[in-house]
Design a protein around this ligand. Structure first.
Ligand code: NAD
Ligand code: IPM
Ligand code: MN
Length: 355
């Protein structure tokens, strides 16, 4: 199949600046590989909230349920509390469309430099596989005794056997396709967090199904240190919603810049659309200046192409990013250059034709 209908949601802040560049590059890839994309634009955002009192209209998810994929910028901006904007848009998409895997590559692309001395593409090349619909991001909780000295905030962490097993299975299957064949579990089962001994039990049970895969685990605290000191130890790292969130900012930071990090919120059974978005947020500190790095969005577009079955096109986009990273004229400020968002996007779009 070569004709795709994509729901495009720029969202907030730099989402509005990087998403058009992601689209520009997808269209360039489509031209080369014979794919056509129809982008339906949805202005769901904090601005939408200011006008209508909701991040998206009632029944909004039904408007994008039948799309082949969702291409999103970022959600959240000062003026609307984050718990309102995120529970009003980003999190419902992940949950309602059962995008229970959040796949986040951490890799030093050619042309990038890791901030870790002496570390290059051979040392840092792993995936964080983040559980994306349950765990610590549960809706059950709230505040009591507001405004008193007894004020209390509570939240349940829900870990189900089904939810835990399926994300771990995804991690082992992914490792099976990779050279190192190694899965690491992020845990914290040293007696404190009640859900984690359960997570470890499920990990042990899952690993028994994969005798060909090396499996190990670290407590989340020392794991963050190992990401910095021994990034070469990792291949596929599976973590709960919160641990995976933290690791998937740290991983790209050790690989170079959060501005280039992509992510795929995947519904592996394909009953619903999957969503592709950069790892970074709306960056209010640089929003509106046209200087954001669009590579996280563009690489997310490559992940979308791969998900839709066009690995050749996805690989061409990643190669085009690498061509741009080697070109000082394409480097945005976070990468030490002075290119603006559109200049960087255009160079990558041009490079796709031949990369
Ligand atoms: P952030 O990722 O928006 O910004 C962190 C820092 O990284 C900032 O200094 C920013 O300028 C820089 N940065 C981020 N992306 C960049 C890019 N493409 N190019 C250059 N520099 C970039 O994180 P934050 O400040 O913690 O969050 C800001 C808002 O975004 C909050 O409302 C937060 O909830 C939201 N957020 C949304 C998502 C999402 O939609 N998936 C992810 C993270 C944060
Ligand atoms: C991410 C973000 C989101 C998350 C926030 C904005 C809710 O940090 O996509 O990593 O925690 O999942
Ligand atoms: Mn995050």
């Amino acid at each position: 199949m070569n004709d795709y209908r994509i729901a495009a949601i720029p969202g907030d802040g730099i989402g509005n600046e990087v998403l058009p560049e992601g689209i520009r590059v997808l269209e360039a890839a489509g031209k080369r590989f014979g794919l056509s994309f129809t982008f339906d634009h949805f202005d769901w955002s904090c601005e939408h909230y200011a006008k209508h009192g909701r991040m998206m209209p009632e029944g909004g998810l039904d408007l994008i349920r039948k799309h082949h994929a969702i291409f999103l910028g970022a959600v959240g901006f000062p003026g609307v509390p984050d718990h309102v904007s995120l529970w009003g848009l980003l999190i419902p998409i992940r949950r309602d469309f059962n995008q229970y895997v959040n796949l986040r590559p951490c890799r030093v692309l050619q042309g990038m430099k890791s901030p870790l001395a002496g570390r290059g593409p051979d040392d840092i090349d792993f995936y964080v596989v983040r559980e994306n619909v349950e765990g610590e991001y549960s809706e059950i909780g709230g505040r009591m005794f507001r405004g008193t000295e007894h004020e209390t905030a509570m939240q349940e962490s829900i870990f189900t056997r089904r939810g835990t097993d399926r994300v771990m299975r995804y991690a082992f299957e992914l490792a099976r396709k990779r050279a190192k064949k190694h899965v690491t579990s992020a845990t914290k089962s040293n007696g404190i967090v009640h859900t984690m001994p359960f997570w470890d039990e499920r990990f042990a049970a899952m690993k028994a199904n994969y005798p060909d895969i090396r499996a190990d685990q670290f407590h989340i605290d020392i794991l963050t240190a190992h990401f910095v000191q021994h990034p070469d130890w990792f291949d596929v790292v599976v973590g709960s919603n919160l641990f995976g969130d933290i690791l998937s900012d740290l991983g790209p930071a050790v690989a170079g810049s959060i501005g280039i990090a992509p992510s795929a919120n995947i519904n592996p059974e394909r009953e619903f659309p999957s969503m592709f978005e950069p790892v970074h947020g709306s960056a209010p500190d640089i929003a509106g200046k046209g200087i954001a790095n669009p590579i996280g969005q563009i690489w997310s577009g490559a992940m979308m192409l791969e998900h839709l079955g066009h690995k050749d096109a996805a690989d061409a986009v990643v190669r085009a990013i690498e061509v741009a990273l080697a070109d000082p004229k394409a480097r945005t400020r976070d990468l030490g250059g002075s290119a603006n968002t559109v200049e960087c996007g255009r160079i990558i779009a041009e490079a796709v034709a031949t990369a």
